[in-house]
Design a binder for this molecule. Structure first.
Ligand SMILES: *[C@@H]1O[C@H](CO)[C@@H](O)[C@H](O)[C@H]1NC(C)=O
Ligand SMILES: *[C@@H]1O[C@H](CO)[C@@H](O)[C@H](O)[C@H]1NC(C)=O
Ligand SMILES: *[C@@H]1O[C@H](CO)[C@@H](O)[C@H](O)[C@H]1NC(C)=O
Ligand SMILES: *[C@@H]1O[C@H](CO)[C@@H](O)[C@H](O)[C@H]1NC(C)=O
Ligand SMILES: *[C@@H]1O[C@H](CO)[C@@H](O)[C@H](O)[C@H]1NC(C)=O
Ligand SMILES: *[C@@H]1O[C@H](CO)[C@@H](O)[C@H](O)[C@H]1NC(C)=O
Length: 935
């Protein structure tokens, strides 16, 4: 998800390119067909009409092809003004008019009649997956062939290699796959422009060789082609072409060997884009000899080190984009290295790296329009000279440690500034209340800057804002008068984590699309919102009353709705049909009651449904058509009835099912075993009876460790640990847990339970389970928490328990177990109370010795871990443990058996999640910043 957002940048510039090209060709084509006295030839006219017959022209784009006799005057046609031969056929109608329906159809071979055609453009039509016709290779006069985004598929016919006059070939964006080689391409010796972006070239191992024959090529576009890496040995075949100037190889998985190819192929590059590849190590010196380089984009790779000293030679550089790498250098040195580009550099994007040192002096970069230094480690104070950069439109500094006082001098000449992001730094702000800024911003990010307690007056002058982010800015009191009228253009508003109070007015005539007012003191009834609304976060406020007023919001694109942790009451209205795009609905922790309305079942795109901690009652409506559900959290309500069988049958992606603390009854349906993706299953504290299903071996998500790290979930889930709720964010991804405690389960624990080898937590306590523990229980080798207490299980603890190496929480108390507790460092490490109430158990850590034993040794090992475990188990076990359990475990574990090997990768995964819980929120915010900037 993040990936696609972050790569939005290149997509965006691509679009701009398209629009520009579209305008260019519109201008160019408007003169087509005019001012010619020569009529077109009858044979060619006939051929064109036949060609037209192959198409369905829904928008009547070819109307002029009927009414006009002279085909040279038809739309999209141009003729040679001496011979009358058709030379140009431009069918790319959608290209410059998105309002028209693309032409659908087939390409008639009558086209061959047009032997003088030198321009053929069929882009942006819909050829329904047909193969590019071979006969196009016989239009020998063709100089320009454009077939981009026209829904062709299959291999490119090698006959295209016969077009020896071709100088432009655009096949971009078709489903053309399975090229085995590009041999045909090497015959196009006149080619200057080649675009095969978005084609699958993964099998073309020899692509550098084929391209090496194209000695006149100046522009090469191969973005997102799955290009195979360069085989360095084959590089010896490559002749250096000196013509190549423009190279786009973004979004492939190329490794650093591509640098050698680039170094060999040309030194005349002007534009190079290698973003979103797999480039590692330092930025190589290959660029430093490219004296004409104007733009260089190496963003979203894993490059390290600094900007090479050789960049001192690059005196034409206008744009340097190194966003999202691992570059680490004193930023002042980096900026010095770029000093030759002082008079040319317009865009400098060093965001999301590890640049450090004091704020650099940029005052000589007089053309600088865009400066991104976000998410680095720059400190020191912001130099006032930044206020001299009079061309600056974009200044993005969020997520550094820049300190000092921000004054009016910092913005002195920034009259063109539109995008300003200062979030998450350490400065204090000293802008006088009657300051009249020289700029009119459209985007302002000052989250985590101490802006409050009241709104700075100068912000109120920025009435052109479309995005305002003032989260955690120390604001209190109510919003300024007329706030909503003043900022009437706002589309994004984030005022979360302040102390703002007051009611919300009717917002239905605003343009708000992203609204985050969570964690404030807003109260009163929910208003209705703008039809543009996509994301609404109002959690943790004091909104009250029924939700019905919200139903007046006619927002067909609403995707995220979170009003959890408020005081909403009454029944849930039945208006959900109007939010067909809803993906996340969180109304947890309110006072809602009554039945859950059936219209929720119409939300086919919903992924997260959380109505937990309310007073809902009655049975669940059918959600069988909500097949994309990842999370259903209805815990802590008064829902009743049986657990529906459709849950297992219709929700193949379900990953968390939380029905705890309700009044569900009946048996566990067999179909729950079909929940192939389930990670957290919590049915505890209900009135479920019957036995455990014997099909646990079907729950594959609990049996293999293939990650689901990419899953989108709807924020944070609270799980209970020691009576407290712990909030799980991204770390929930690693959780695999089953909790069916406090029900009326009877019968044995089925042996198939042992196939859930990835399960981390199992709680079956407080039921009426009987029989023996399965022999190979120890196969659940990842178990860290196991609670089987307060059942009626008998027999011995199986020997395999000793191999539960990660177990840090165990409770087997109050059963009828007997025999010796198996010897294993973990099992002896627990407090005796975890085995209490099993009259037949003996051996350490119990003081009761087994028949035939001597006295139990009270050794240091047991004492050591007892201390650590005491706290963890003192007040009974609940589902969830994770953070404290893992920490407690690691300490205890290393004290007991520090020599055992841990599965380090998994451990690291836990700690990464702990460390990064905040980073994650940060990254999300940053992606958001980027996205709004690039709109
Ligand atoms: C004929 O076409 C040529 C090349 O396209 C152009 O230079 C010339 O001006 C045209 N002549 C007339 C009379 O339109
Ligand atoms: C685009 O389509 C609209 C509606 O069909 C039409 O009015 C307009 O003239 C077209 N523009 C061009 C450049 O063809
Ligand atoms: C491409 O053609 C296929 C086959 O006819 C069709 O199903 C698909 O919708 C088309 N794709 C586009 C984007 O028009
Ligand atoms: C407001 O922003 C728009 C573009 O979003 C711009 O065209 C317009 O000039 C701006 N108005 C002022 C007063 O700066
Ligand atoms: C689910 O969709 C099917 C087919 O559209 C429909 O017949 C059925 O009534 C729907 N079920 C529910 C509970 O909405
Ligand atoms: C369990 O898996 C087997 C084989 O994959 C399948 O035939 C059976 O229907 C599944 N049982 C359930 C209850 O999902």
């Amino acid at each position: 998800m993040f990936f696609s957002i972050m790569s939005g940048g290149s997509m965006h510039s691509g679009l701009v390119g398209l629009v520009c090209m579209a305008i260019a060709s519109a201008i160019c084509c408007s003169s087509v067909g005019s001012s010619s006295n020569i009529m077109c030839l009858e044979s060619e006219r006939h051929a064109l009409l036949q060609f037209k017959q192959g198409f369905v022209d829904e928008s009547n784009a070819l109307a002029s092809w009927k009414s006009e006799k002279d085909c040279c005057k038809w739309r999209g046609i141009a003729c040679n003004n001496q011979t009358g031969h058709v030379t140009r056929l431009d069918f790319s109608f959608r290209y410059f008019n998105y309002t028209e329906v693309p032409l659908r159809g087939e390409i008639s071979p009558s086209l061959l009649e047009l032997q003088y055609l030198n321009y053929l453009d069929l882009s942006y039509n819909d050829f329904r997956g047909m193969i590019i016709p071979k006969f196009i290779g016989s239009l020998s006069q063709l100089k320009e062939l454009r077939l981009g985004e026209a829904n062709f598929s299959g291999p490119v016919p090698p006959q295209l290699g016969n077009l020896s006059n071709l100088h432009t070939l655009d096949l971009y964006g078709n489903e053309v796959v399975s090229f085995e080689n590009l041999e045909w391409l090497s015959h196009l010796s006149s080619l200057r422009y080649l675009n095969m972006s978005y084609l699958d070239l993964s099998k073309v191992m020899n692509w550098p060789l084929s391209l090496s024959k194209l000695t006149l090529l100046t522009e090469l576009q191969l973005s997102q082609c799955n290009l195979p890496n360069i085989n360095l040995r084959s590089l010896s075949f490559i002749n250096s072409s000196t013509s190549l100037q423009i190279l786009h190889l973004s979004v492939n998985s190329l490794n650093s060997s591509i640098f050698y190819w680039i170094a060999n192929v040309s030194s005349n590059f002007i534009h190079i884009d290698l973003s979103s590849n797999n480039l590692k190590g330092p930025i190589p010196d290959v660029f430093t000899s490219m004296l004409s380089l104007v733009t260089l984009d190496l963003s979203e790779n894993q490059l390290e080190g600094g900007i090479p000293k050789g960049f001192q030679n690059l005196c034409s550089l206008e744009s340097l984009t190194l966003w999202s790498n691992q570059l680490s250098e004193n930023i002042e040195d980096s900026v010095k290295t770029l000093s030759c580009a002082e008079n040319t550099l317009e865009t400098l994007d060093l965001g999301a790296n590890w640049f450090w040192g004091s704020w650099p002096d940029l005052k000589h970069f007089s053309k600088l329009r865009e400066l991104y230094l976000d998410s680095n480690q720059v400190n020191g104070s912001l130099r006032e000279s930044v206020g001299q950069l009079s061309s600056l439109e974009t200044l993005i500094l969020d997520g550094n440690s820049v300190s000092g006082v921000i004054t009016e001098a910092h913005f002195l000449n920034l009259s063109r500034l539109q995008y300003l992001s200062l979030s998450g730094n350490r400065f204090s702000i000293n802008l006088s209340s009657d300051w009249n800024p020289p700029f009119q911003l459209t985007t302002l990010y000052m989250s985590s800057c101490k802006v409050g307690p009241t709104f700075l007056k100068w912000i109120l002058t920025q009435t052109n804002l479309t995005a305002l982010y003032l989260s955690n800015a120390g604001l209190s009191g109510s919003l300024p008068n007329k706030f909503w009228d003043l900022f009437s253009r706002l589309s994004d508003l984030d005022l979360s984590m302040n102390q703002i109070h007051g009611k919300l007015p009717n917002l239905s005539s605003t343009s708000l699309s992203y609204v985050n007012l969570s964690s404030n003191l807003f109260y009163g009834a929910l208003p209705s919102f703008s039809p543009m609304l996509q994301n609404l976060y109002l959690s943790n406020n004091r909104f009250s009353g029924p939700l019905s007023s919200f139903c007046a919001t006619q927002a067909p694109n609403l995707e995220y709705l979170d009003i959890s942790k408020n005081l909403l009451s009454g029944e849930l209205p039945n208006c959900w049909m109007q939010f067909q795009e809803l993906q996340v609905l969180n109304l947890g922790k309110n006072k809602l009651s009554g039945k859950i309305p059936s219209s929720l079942g119409n939300l086919q795109g919903i992924q997260v449904l959380r109505l937990h901690d309310n007073n809902f009652s009655g049975e669940l409506p059918s959600l069988e058509n909500c097949t994309r559900l990842l999370m259903v959290d209805l815990g802590n309500n008064n829902l009743s009835g049986k657990i529906p069988t459709w849950i297992g049958q219709s929700l193949p992606n379900l990953w968390t099912l939380r029905l705890r603390s309700n009044e569900f009854n009946g048996i566990i349906p067999f179909s729950l075993c079909s929940l192939a993706a389930i990670h957290v299953l919590d049915l505890s504290h209900n009135s479920i009876s019957g036995g455990l299903p014997h099909c646990f071996n079907n729950i594959t998500a609990l049996a293999d460790d293939s990650g689901v790290y990419s899953i989108i979930y709807g924020g944070i889930v609270e799980l209970v640990w020691k009576g407290k709720e712990i909030e799980y964010g991204e770390n929930l991804d690693r959780m695999r847990s089953i909790d069916i405690s406090s029900n009326y389960l009877i019968g044995e624990i089925p042996p198939s339970i042992a196939s859930m080898t990835e399960l981390i937590s199992l709680n079956l306590s407080r039921n009426k389970l009987t029989g023996k523990l399965p022999e190979d229980f120890g196969n659940m080798k990842m178990l860290e928490s196991l609670d089987l207490s307060r059942n009626r299980m008998s027999g011995k603890i199986p020997r395999s328990f000793a191999s539960l190496n990660f177990l840090s929480v165990l409770d087997l108390s109050r059963n009828n177990l007997s025999g010796r507790i198996p010897l294993g460092t973990q099992l002896q490490g627990f407090n005796a109370s975890q085995y209490m109430g099993n009259l037949g158990l003996c051996g350490p850590p119990l003081t009761q010795s087994c028949p035939g034993d001597g006295t139990v040794q009270d050794d240091g090992i047991a004492r050591g871990t007892e201390i650590d475990n005491k706290e963890q188990v003192s007040d009974g076990l609940n589902l969830g443990f994770f953070i404290s359990a893992v920490l407690g475990f690691v300490i205890g574990f290393w004290m007991v058996c520090g020599s055992l090997l841990l599965k380090t990768s998994r451990r690291n995964a836990y700690f990464r999640f702990l460390d990064n819980a905040n980073d994650w929120i940060y990254v999300k915010t940053k992606a958001k910043v980027r996205r709004t900037l690039q709109r």
